[in-house]
Structures are given as structure tokens and as C-alpha cells.
Write a protein that binds this ligand. Structure first.
Ligand SMILES: [Zn+2]
Length: 366
């Protein structure tokens, strides 16, 4: 869904004018493309701001075979290499992503470590980048480039390499072989081994300008992009993903009030990690307002503004505790109900409205 590297402009002008479909990445793309940089880049940013798309576009630009074009103006979108890249079958590009993310990234073809290990689709796809996949990448990196432009390994998200995988990867960074370059993408570089971080040239991507992000979301067909963008902390890809997952602006705006009413059905059917994250945002904004600050994820007039700091802090601690374990197989409905129940207590509206709120919550339970 979010992978646009395959979009092929047939008209040469179009391909040249828009090497990447996220306008806020055009400047870093051209700037980094103009050089070959270090043999390992760490592209990081706050959340998803296009790290993966930038890494793919860089690889595509460096692999492009139009010699008369300056590096910064590639990829041309038309040469054999660009076509192979668009078809996701370039022999000199290997993309390492957790198997669980392949589908959502639209990167199902190609170098699946699970396939190569004969695991097929039987097992639950891994959320980690495992050592087997890293070994495949290392072997790939040591062979000669098929089209003579070097080899590229994109690792996304790099922090999903588990400990063993990261150590194996570190060895390759320490003793580079051949003409391979590594493009690591990360939304949490502090979770990488410091030794991996220190061996990479760092590329920091900021949160995109709000107007550009909203325009991009509107182009993706997202209704009320401003609300969903704020809901995602300014990260357009997350906002697009949430919209695709069925979240609409009205439901988001109503969330703080519904939680204040103890209405757990507001989050029914949500995966626990997303539900906890949403509650953390409700709590965060209530805390900001209680402390005299500005909310971040909801407009001011949708935040429950009169809650007590002390009870919000208790709720916030409980949310943080559950967030750590949210990937575990909880009884999801019960966990959400319990967290919303604590939220209702924390967000307690003035006494006169409180009785009414409790009455409402009785009807909302399934
Ligand atoms: Zn090309």
C-alpha cells in the first residue's frame, strides 16, 4: 500500500520530475543521491516519515544506468535497471523486512527468508528480521554485482533485527566486503546496537511539513486528512495506514469523550497495541491540558480538559505497562475494557455530568 517505488512514469519527463511520490523526500533524495556516501546509511526519523521509500529510491537512483544523467537526477525510470527495480526483481537489490510486514509494504515477491528456509506460509510470519535473513543478505553482499553498479541491501526497520541477527549484521559492517552498500531504515535508532549506529552515516528525516503531509494524504484519498494526521502525531504514512484500517475522523474525535464515559465499545475490534496507543494519546492530551499545555493528537475542544493530574498519571503508568506487553496474546476485550474503565476514572468529568456518563456506558456494552 505505502510502497510506491514501483510506480512507473511512462513519459520520461514525468519520471524525471518525480523520482519519489512523497514530496518532502525530494530534497533529501537529490542531496544524498548526488554522492555515493558511506557504505552504510542509517535513515531515521520520528515514526514513519518515508525512511523505507527513501532507501528504495536511493538504491534505484544509484542502480540507474543512464550514465549521461548526473547522479542527483536519477533514477530515469526507463533504463533496464529502473525497470527491474520497478518489477522488484533487480538482481543487485535485496530488501530485508520482517515477514509479517511484507504484505503491508507490498513487498511480497523476492527475497523472503521464510521461503528460502522452507518455512513457506505455514508458520505465523515473524515480526523480527531473523539471523537467517541477515545471513542471506551477507551472502548476497559478498557476491559480484550482476549489473556492475554495486549491490544494495535495504533493512527495514533495522531495529527489528533481533540480537543474534544484529550481531551477525554488525560483523559485515565492521569488515565490509565487495561493493555492497547498506541502507538501514529506523524509527527507533536508539534501539539499535550503538556499534551499528556508529558505523553508519546518519540521515535524519524530520516530520514532514503539515501542508505537504495533508496534501499527500488527500491524494491517497484520505478524508479529513488534518484530523488523521494529528491523530498520527504528524506522520502521514501512519495516518494513511489508519485510514486504510477503517479509522475515520469522526470516530477519532469522539474517542476522548467516549473513554470518559467508560465506553469500551469505542475501541472494539482494535488490535490491542493500537488501542493502547490510542488511549495513550487520549491520556497524553488530557495531561497536557491539565498542565496548561496544548494537546497534540486531538483538537482542544475534543479533549477532556478538567481531569486531575494525579489520576491521569496513574492511568498513564498503567497504559505504559500494558503497552510493553501489548504484543502478547491477551484477552483483548477484557484488557481494553479494563484500561477504558481506568480512563473513565482518570478523566472523571465534574460530578453533575458523571452520573449521566455512567448511564450512557451501560448501553454501549455489547
Ligand atoms: Zn534508470
Amino acid at each position: 500500500m505505502s510502497t510506491r517505488a514501483g510506480d512507473e512514469g511512462t513519459a520520461p519527463e514525468r519520471a524525471a520530475a518525480s523520482p519519489i511520490d512523497m514530496p518532502w523526500l525530494e530534497e533529501p533524495l537529490r542531496r544524498i543521491l548526488a554522492t555515493l556516501g558511506a557504505h552504510a546509511l542509517l535513515i531515521h526519523g520520528p515514526g514513519n516519515v518515508g525512511q523505507f521509500e527513501l532507501a528504495l529510491a536511493l538504491a534505484r537512483g544509484w542502480l540507474c544506468e543512464r550514465n549521461e544523467l548526473p547522479l542527483a537526477d536519477r533514477p530515469c525510470g526507463r533504463c533496464a535497471s529502473c525497470r527491474l527495480h520497478a518489477a522488484r526483481s533487480h538482481p543487485d537489490l535485496l530488501v530485508l523486512v520482517p515477514d509479517a510486514m511484507r504484505e503491508s509494504l507490498g513487498w511480497e515477491q523476492g527475497e523472503s527468508a521464510a521461503e528460502e528456509n522452507g518455512e513457506g506460509g505455514r508458520k505465523k510470519p515473524s515480526k523480527d528480521i531473523r539471523v537467517e535473513a541477515v545471513r542471506t543478505a551477507i551472502a548476497f553482499a559478498t557476491t559480484t554485482s550482476a549489473r556492475g553498479r554495486g549491490k544494495f541491501v535495504v533493512v527495514h526497520p533495522a531495529e527489528r533485527m533481533n540480537e543474534v541477527a544484529a550481531s551477525a549484521f554488525l560483523k559485515t559492517l565492521e569488515e565490509p566486503v565487495g561493493d555492497a552498500r547498506f541502507l538501514l531504515c529506523s524509527a527507533a535508532p536508539d534501539r539499535l546496537l550503538p556499534t551499528i549506529r556508529s558505523r553508519c552515516q546518519q540521515v535524519a528525516l524530520p516530520i514532514p511539513p503539515q501542508a505537504a503531509a495533508e496534501a499527500w494524504l488527500a491524494e491517497q484519498g484520505v478524508a479529513e486528512p488534518a484530523v488523521l494526521l494529528a491523530a498520527s502525531g504528524g506522520q502521514p504514512q501512519d495516518a494513511a495506514e489508519r485510514a486504510a484500517g477503517g479509522l475515520d475522523a469522526a470516530a477519532w474525535l469522539a474517542l476522548p469523550r467516549r473513554v470518559a464515559q467508560g465506553d469500551a465499545s469505542a475501541l472494539q475490534g482494535w488490535p490491542l497495541p493500537l488501542a493502547v496507543e490510542a488511549l495513550q494519546k487520549v491520556c497524553h492530551d488530557a495531561l497536557c491540558m491539565a498542565a496548561g499545555g496544548e494537546p497534540r493528537y486531538f483538537p482542544r475542544d475534543h479533549v477532556v480538559a478538567d481531569a486531575s493530574l494525579a489520576s491521569l498519571l496513574l492511568w498513564s503508568r498503567e497504559l505504559a505497562r500494558v503497552a510493553i506487553e501489548a504484543e502478547h496474546p491477551w484477552a483483548v476485550d477484557l484488557a481494553i475494557e479494563s484500561l477504558v474503565g481506568q480512563g473513565r476514572e482518570a478523566l472523571k468529568t465534574p460530578r453533575s455530568q458523571h452520573r449521566e456518563a455512567r448511564g450512557l456506558s451501560l448501553h454501549s456494552r455489547r
